[in-house]
Design a binder for this molecule. Structure first.
Ligand code: NAD
Length: 542
């Protein structure tokens, strides 16, 4: 092994490819999509580097074409979960001792594989599995994932370099040990990059992982595992299993070596897991690290000095890209009465031009929502709005699940700032607007702050600088990521570390140094160069 202190490459955000007609990336991704569509695959579990199959399987279907089968994947029994934990603990014995540069090299190589030979594969798999348009697949499964992998190496290097000072005769150093035990990663359906990063970040710091992807992301989860394997990740460092989430989680959480959870998903599930960890606390050898990024009810608060076109564009992009299925999607909008008609007219005109359909048709701005449960929940919210007297459907309000789970982009306008859809995370293409009297701006900011249990993202749109500063202060605790004159979504790794507080999570900022610090347990070593040989101190001299 090298004795040198290696310097990791300086990360630069991966440029987003355009996929415009006649570009090589467009040809590659559509060809890959067609190949995937013509095949049926089976996805085994990955335990200790081996493919493991079980009797029980589940099927996979593209949300935009739910009668089509993409294939099957194996479901874990309790014994498989135990096997995955054992494999992680076995792998830890060597992985925790591997020098940082070697660990970093695996993930830097993974980033380059995604940027190159795996780019079309991971994007096409994300289009198929999660119904992302090619642009949404590109900014997630390729660019964001690559950025997580490359920037985390730089952040890890900074952590390892952070050493205490030493005084005369003493050398102090800190060893950033991986956590003692294994890490449980539980990922959501909506971001392939998050699914990969939830395991990769703790693994980079020397930990080993049991990873449970979402049932609705399995097809692209397989590509993630293929990339890690191709990059040289040793067997057992990341073990992928799926199965009944309750059973898998309960089995993991009763294990004494459980050392931490890296979770992204909905708030109620995270709270439930936290509760179970608390109940099992006497079982564990160490206090587990609990890191969770969860739901949001993200707002745009518009002042009457804001620009109409800028507001309308922020709402349409913020609310409807990826069918509103981003934790950061704009879902409650506060408009001043004097500008509301102009803004809403522009939003309605824009929404009427949005095309919905398969991501294979690249002209579409939106595709289907993830599954029947989501479709039914959104359709029910729309139906309810049609009957409630304090809300009207301004545009949209239609849906059709005959081929795929399609919900048309829908704008609701309510006279009740506490209307259900102003408070509840719907996770779909429904945005609710509340119109306030222009002279009620400060009261409206209090309303924005107090309306939801979440505090993930939010935006203020205004021209007046004093207004912007006052709004930032008034809304300080209402968002972990706060935007000025922008939509509240689209965080870029290395530029806008992401996470929220209150009901939205532990705010450990994915893709940052702060997140990586959760996966190490520092050990301070004080070495005395010439130890004392007499217990007496000078002050004791006569
Ligand atoms: P989800 O909560 O339904 O599922 C997340 C994961 O939890 C999945 O792997 C699922 O199988 C697992 N799970 C389900 N039931 C469980 C149980 N009883 N015990 C243990 N695990 C269980 O979320 P989703 O629909 O996949 O994703 C959408 C949610 O994720 C939204 O609430 C969204 O806001 C949130 N999200 C947050 C962020 C963020 O950074 N804050 C990012 C992405 C998604």
């Amino acid at each position: 092994m090298s004795n040198s202190f290696l310097k990791s490459p300086t990360p630069i955000n991966e440029p987003v490819k355009s996929y415009a007609p006649n570009t090589p990336e467009r040809a590659a991704v559509t060809a890959m999509y067609d190949t995937y569509f013509s095949e049926k695959i089976h996805i085994p579990m990955k335990i200790g580097g081996e493919e493991v199959n079980s009797k029980e399987t589940a099927t996979m279907h593209p949300p935009h074409d739910h009668k089509h089968s993409m294939g099957t994947y194996s479901l874990a029994t309790e014994a498989h979960v135990e096997q995955a934990i054992a494999a992680a603990l076995e792998a830890r014995k060597t992985w925790a001792l591997v020098p940082f540069a070697a660990r970093a090299a695996v993930f830097l190589k993974a980033a380059d594989l995604i940027a190159g030979p795996y780019r079309a594969r991971i994007a096409a798999a994300t289009m198929m599995a999660q119904s992302k348009t090619v642009h949404q697949a590109e900014i997630d499964s390729t660019c964001e994932f690559i950025d997580f992998l490359r920037f985390n190496v730089k952040f890890a290097e900074e952590i390892y370099q952070d050493q205490p000072t030493s005084s005369e005769g003493v050398w102090n150093h800190v060893h950033y040990r991986p956590l003692e035990g294994f890490i449980y990663a539980v990922s959501p359906f909506n971001f392939t990059a998050i699914a990969g990063n939830l395991s990769a970040a703790p693994a980079l710091m020397g930990n080993t992982i049991v990873w449970k992807p979402s049932d609705h992301q399995m097809f692209s989860a397989k590509v993630i595992m293929d990339v890690f394997e191709e990059a040289g990740l040793p067997k057992g460092v990341i073990n992928m299993i799926n199965g009944d989430p309750e059973m898998v989680t309960n089995t993991v959480l009763k294990n004494p070596d459980f050392a931490g959870i890296h979770f992204t998903g909905s708030t109620h599930i995270f709270k439930n897991i936290w509760h179970k960890i608390g109940s099992n606390i006497h079982t564990y050898k160490t206090y587990p690290r609990i890191v969770g990024e969860t739901g949001g009810k993200d707002y745009i608060a518009v002042h009457n000095s804001a620009n109409v076109d800028e507001v309308a564009t922020a709402v349409v992009r913020g609310a409807f890209e990826f069918q509103g299925q981003k934790c950061s999607a704009a879902s409650r909008i506060y408009l001043p009465k004097s500008r509301s008609k102009a803004i809403l007219d522009k939003i309605v005109a824009d929404v009427k031009t949005i095309t919905l359909g398969s991501p294979r048709e690249l002209k579409n701005f939106m595709t289907a929502v993830i599954h029947k449960g989501s479709f039914d929940r959104l359709a029910a919210a729309i139906d309810q709005a049609k009957t409630d007297s304090d809300v009207e459907v301004l545009v949209g309000g239609t849906y059709d699940d005959s081929k795929g789970y399609f919900i048309d982009p829908t704008v609701l306008v309510t006279t009740n700032p506490k209307y259900d859809t102003m408070e509840r995370e719907l996770f779909g293409p429904i945005v609710t607007v509340y119109i306030y009297e222009d002279d009620q701006w400060e009261e409206t900011l209090k309303l924005v702050d107090a309306t939801s249990d979440y505090a993930l993202t939010g935006a203020v749109m205004a021209k007046d600088r004093i207004v912007i500063e006052n709004a930032r202060l008034a809304l300080e605790n209402s968002a972990g990521n706060f935007y000025i004159n922008d939509k509240p979504s689209g965080a870029v790794v290395g530029q806008q570390p992401f996470g929220g507080a209150r009901g939205s999570g532990t705010n450990d900022k994915a893709g940052s140094r702060q997140n990586l610090l959760r996966w190490v347990s520092p050990q301070l070593v004080k070495e005395t160069l010439i130890p004392a040989t007499d217990y007496r101190y000078p002050f004791m001299d006569a």
